[in-house]
Write a protein that binds this ligand. Structure first.
Ligand code: FAD
Length: 403
């Protein structure tokens, strides 16, 4: 079935005015949708992209994120933005979204509520000076604390923790990163590549404590130290809790939509268990046609691409979303891009280049094909890596090491 075969819905509502939601709204108009279009968003800003929040904004290079589009574009395209507004209920029987005592009727609904930082439910978690990093306000608040000599402790050496550590060092702060696992980023890149990220941070003066658990925070009103499971308390003016994010599924759950793998269960076309409700971005756990399993991705490209893609399906295209995950990170003078979807505990690692010089490409091989590839400070072979991951073709170590 093509879009022109079906009549357009009269009213589309999008919950979540960020990357997936904002991109979907613009794409709906670009694809010829002429009905009512409302985007409900909790944050007060126009839809924006978050990657600069842990990079350029945190480094002090600028004060704004990347905007999905400017204000005039939403007005020109007759997109009704309800910002600073929280959707509190989806009434599937009456097909309305309830937000701030208003009801927004829909024929088709897109849930793009993203995710929120996980918090630690431990002693002292209510103290001042414990921050998370998800929004523009949080990025600016954190940056204001990144002063020369400030004692910054980062709990969690995932992507956000690692990028924030780099920014804090850039401002001259004393940085301690505490991670219970044996290497930074180990769940994505495994032990060996994780160790190269550990070396990167230590070379830039970070006190990286691996295999260390946090048991609480101490302080009189404001945090002054982090209590670890083994060892002395770590002095802290500011603590960034960087222990991952959890999808915002409460609305979908209360509405009785099927959930799975922590997100909203959607089929290959991003449609939920209710045929008039779709989900995209961080919150969507997709039955991915390329992997024949559920995949939920918390990355920029996925939110942007799914936002664009789901617009066509809201208009009746019924097209599967087939792109593979992609993400990037910048830390100090290291930039990297990761394509595909590997399990570093099972897939075999092949490294082309030199880990010590931080110019290399890592391949994770499954059944003789490249499940994922990550280029680090190497930018010439992005297309070739994408082809390798997309094609799923058999490849020898010799070919990988030679190319
Ligand atoms: C600091 C930071 C840096 C990042 N850097 C990178 C990077 O370098 N590379 C990369 O690939 N990815 C990166 N990411 C991840 C990427 O930003 C996310 O995957 C992306 O933002 C997901 O977009 P989304 O639209 O699905 O959800 P979100 O961006 O989370 O947006 C969801 C929106 O929905 C709103 N909302 C939630 N519930 C409601 C409700 N009930 N009513 C109304 N509104 C609601 C939220 O307030 C939010 O504005 C980063 C994330 C962060 C936080």
């Amino acid at each position: 079935m093509t879009q022109s075969d079906v009549s357009q819905p009269s009213r589309i509502v999008i919950i979540g005015a960020s990357l997936a939601g904002g991109t979907a709204a613009i794409a709906l108009r670009d694809q010829g949708y002429e009905g009512e279009l409302t985007v409900i968003g909790e944050e007060s800003q126009l839809p924006y992209e978050r990657p600069p929040l842990s990079k350029a904004v945190l480094l002090g290079e600028r004060d704004e994120p990347d905007w999905v589009s400017n204000e005039a574009t939403y007005a020109d395209k007759d997109i009704s933005l309800r910002l600073g507004t929280t959707a509190t209920r989806i009434d599937r029987g009456r097909k309305v979204v309830v937000a701030s005592r208003h009801e927004y009727p829909y024929d088709k609904l897109l849930i793009a509520t993203g995710s929120a930082p996980r918090r630690l439910d431990i002693h002292g978690a209510e103290l001042d000076g414990l921050l998370t990093l998800r929004t523009l306000e949080e990025s600016l608040a954190l940056r204001a604390r990144f002063a020369e000599g400030a004692k910054i402790v980062i709990v969690g050496a995932g992507w956000i923790g690692c990028e924030a550590a780099a920014a804090a060092r850039h401002h001259g702060a004393e940085v301690t990163v505490i991670e219970p696992r044996s290497q930074p980023l180990i769940h994505v890149v495994g032990e060996q590549i994780g160790a190269s990220f550990a070396a990167l941070h230590r070379d830039h003066g970070v006190d990286l404590r691996l295999g260390v658990g946090v048991k609480g925070f101490a302080g009189d009103g404001a945090v002054s130290s982090v209590q670890v499971k083994a060892g002395h308390p770590v002095p802290a003016d500011t603590v960034l809790i960087g222990v991952g994010a959890a999808p915002n599924i409460a609305l979908a759950d209360a509405a009785g939509l099927k959930l799975t793998d922590g997100g909203i269960a959607v089929d290959a076309t991003l449609r939920s268990s209710d045929p008039d409700i779709y989900a995209a971005g961080d919150v969507a756990a997709q039955d991915h046609p390329k992997y024949r399993r559920r995949v939920r991705v918390e990355h920029w490209a996925n939110a942007k691409d799914q936002g664009r893609h789901v617009a066509g399906n809201l208009l009746g295209a019924e097209a599967p979303y087939e792109l593979r995950p992609f993400f990037f990170s910048d830390q100090y003078d290291l930039g990297c891009e990761y394509r595909g979807f590997a399990d570093p505990t099972k897939d075999r690692l092949v490294v082309r280049g030199d880990l010590a010089s931080r110019e290399f490409t890592a391949f994770w091989l499954r059944d003789g094909a490249v499940a994922a590839a990550m280029n680090v400070n190497q930018w010439d072979d992005a297309d070739a890596l994408q082809e390798l991951v997309d094609s799923g073709r058999q490849v020898s170590d010799k070919e990988l090491l030679a190319s």
